[in-house]
Design a protein around this ligand. Structure first.
Ligand code: LLP
Length: 416
C-alpha cells in the first residue's frame, strides 16, 4: 500500500518513538526530523532517538511515584543504553543510575550523574572496579555474594550497600533474561541471608535489592517483589529492579508506566524508600535504526531477501533471543511484498526480521527498524570489522550526533 499519508496515523504504530509521524511525502519523521534526510546527512546504519520520548517516559516514572509517595528513587538501568548524552538527559530529570561495570560508572559520572546517586551492580565486580567506584564516592554498592562482602570489608569499610537476593519469583519471559529464580548466578538465596548478615561487620546495610527479569508483561510477579523483600527484615531502602516490557511489534501492549509504579508500591510497607531500575522501558521505544537497502534477491517460489548495510553487529537481539521487530521503508510505509530482512554479515543466521512486508523494496531505500533504543547500541560489536553506527538525538526538528560513527582508524586504535 505505497503512498500512505499523514492522515493514516495508524501507519506509525505505538512501537515508534512518541511524536513520530509521516510527513508531507509520506516520509517518517522522528523527533521532528525527516529520517530520509538524516540517512543522507549522517549515513547508515544509524541509531536515531527522539529525545522527547525519553524525557516523556522519565517524567511518567517520576510523576507516577511523586503522586503516591515522597520516598522513592528512579534509577536508570544504564546497560540498556550507556551513553553520556542519555545520562545527561536523565540526570536533568532527577533520575539516578544503575551501573554494572566500571565502564558504565565512568560514563554515568561523565554524563553528570552525581556519584552518590549511582548503584553499582554485578555478580563479579573486580577489585579494581570496586576501588574505582569507592574512590569516585559511589552511593551504594549492591553486594551480590559472600566473596564480595569479604572483599568490600577489606577495601571499603563503612561503605553503604544493598544486598541482592533472588526472591524465588519466576517471571514469564525469555529464559536468558530471567533472573529471579533460585537457580541463578545472581545474588543471595533467601536462606543464605542470615549468614550474609553475620558476615557484615563495618559495611552499612541500607536495604535489599531484587531484579526478577526483563521484558515482563505481567504486573503480578513484579508486584510480589516488595512483599517478599519486606518480609526479610526492616530496611530503609527496597530496590525492586527493572523489567517492565515494551512493545517491539504492534500486537504487543505492555502495561502503562503508571500502572507498573502502582503495582510496585502496592505491596511496599509505608515509609520505606522504594527504588526501581527501568532500562528498556525508558529508552527502548525512543530509538529506531536506519539502514540502507543494498541488494534485493528473489528466490522464486521461496522468498525475497532484502539485505541492509548492518545486521547482527548493530542488533544481536534477534539472534540471541529470537526477538521480533517490525520494519518499514522510511518513505513508503505499508506494502505487501513478503520479505526477509537480512544483514551484511558472513552468516546465514544474520536475520533481522524473518517475515516482513514492505512496499516493493529497492536498492537505495532507507529501511527503519523501530524499538531499537535499548540493548542495541549497548550490545553492538565490530563483527566483520564493521564500524559501529553513530547515535543521533533528534528534538523539535534538530538533529545532533551524540556518538559519532567509528572510523577505519578506530578499528586499529588498540593495535600495538
Ligand atoms: N536492574 C538490574 C539489576 C538488571 O540486571 C537489569 C537488566 C535491569 C535493572 C533493567 O532491566 P529492564 O528494565 O531493561 O528490563 N540484553 C537483554 C536484556 C538483559 C537485561 C539484564 N538486566 C535484552 O536485550 O533483552
Amino acid at each position: 500500500m505505497p503512498g500512505r499519508t499523514t492522515e493514516d496515523a495508524a501507519a506509525v504504530s505505538h512501537v515508534f518513538p512518541i511524536g513520530s509521524r509521516l510527513g508531507e511525502a509520506g516520509r517518517l519523521e522522528v523527533g521532528g526530523c525527516d529520517v530520509v534526510e538524516l540517512a543522507r546527512e549522517f549515513g547508515t546504519p544509524a541509531y536515531v532517538y527522539a529525545e522527547d520520548d525519553i524525557r516523556t517516559r522519565a517524567r511518567a516514572f517520576m510523576d507516577a511515584f511523586r503522586a503516591r509517595t515522597e520516598h522513592f528513587e528512579v534509577v536508570y538501568a544504564s546497560k540498556a543504553f550507556p551513553c553520556t548524552a542519555v545520562f545527561q538527559l536523565l540526570a536533568a530529570e532527577g533520575i539516578s543510575a544503575d551501573v554494572a561495570s566500571g565502564g558504565e560508572l565512568y560514563l554515568a559520572l561523565r554524563g553528570g550523574v552525581p556519584p552518590e546517586r549511582c548503584y553499582f551492580h554485578g555478580n563479579n565486580k573486580t577489585e579494581d572496579e570496586l576501588r574505582f567506584a569507592v574512590e569516585q564516592g559511589i552511593g551504594h554498592i549492591v553486594v551480590d555474594s559472600f566473596d564480595e562482602i569479604e572483599r568490600l570489608e577489606r577495601i571499603a569499610p563503612g561503605q553503604r550497600i544493598l544486598l541482592r537476593v533472588t526472591p524465588g519469583i519466576e517471571a514469564d519471559t525469555h529464559e536468558k533474561i530471567q533472573t529471579g529464580q533460585v537457580d541463578s548466578k545472581f545474588g543471595f538465596q533467601i536462606d543464605d541471608l542470615p549468614r550474609a548478615l553475620d558476615r557484615i561487620k563495618t559495611l552499612e546495610l541500607r536495604g535489599l535489592h531484587a531484579h526478577i527479569g526483563s521484558q515482563i508483561f505481567d504486573l503480578d510477579p513484579l508486584e510480589r517483589i516488595a512483599a517478599v523483600l519486606s518480609e526479610l527484615g526492616d530496611y530503609p531502602l527496597l530496590n525492586l529492579g527493572g523489567g517492565l516490557a515494551i512493545a517491539y511489534t504492534r500486537d504487543q501492549h505492555p502495561p502503562e508506566i503508571e500502572d507498573y509504579v502502582e503495582a510496585l508500591l502496592s505491596q511496599a510497607p509505608d515509609g520505606v524508600t522504594v527504588l526501581c531500575e527501568p532500562g528498556r522501558s525508558l529508552v527502548g521505544n525512543a530509538g529506531v535504526t536506519l539502514y540502507t537497502v543494498g541488494t534485493v534477491k528473489e528466490v522464486p517460489g521461496v522468498r525475497t531477501y532484502v539485505a541492509v548495510d548492518g545486521g547482527m553487529s548493530d542488533n544481536p537481539r534477534p539472534m540471541l533471543y529470537g526477538a521480533r521487530y517490525e520494519a518499514e521503508l522510511a518513505d513508503r510505509f505499508g506494502g505487501d511484498t513478503a520479505c526477509r530482512i537480512v544483514g551484511m554479515h558472513c552468516e546465514s543466521g544474520d536475520i533481522l526480521v524473518p517475515e516482513a512486508r514492505l512496499a516493493d523494496p529497492k536498492p537505495g531505500d532507507v529501511l527503519v527498524i523501530p524499538a531499537t533504543g535499548a540493548y542495541s547500541h549497548a550490545m553492538a560489536s565490530n563483527y566483520n570489522a564493521v564500524r559501529r553506527p553513530p547515535v543521533i538525538f533528534c528534538s523539535e526538528g534538530n538533529a545532533r550526533v551524540v556518538v559519532r560513527r567509528e572510523t577505519y582508524e578506530d578499528l586499529a586504535l588498540r593495535d600495538v
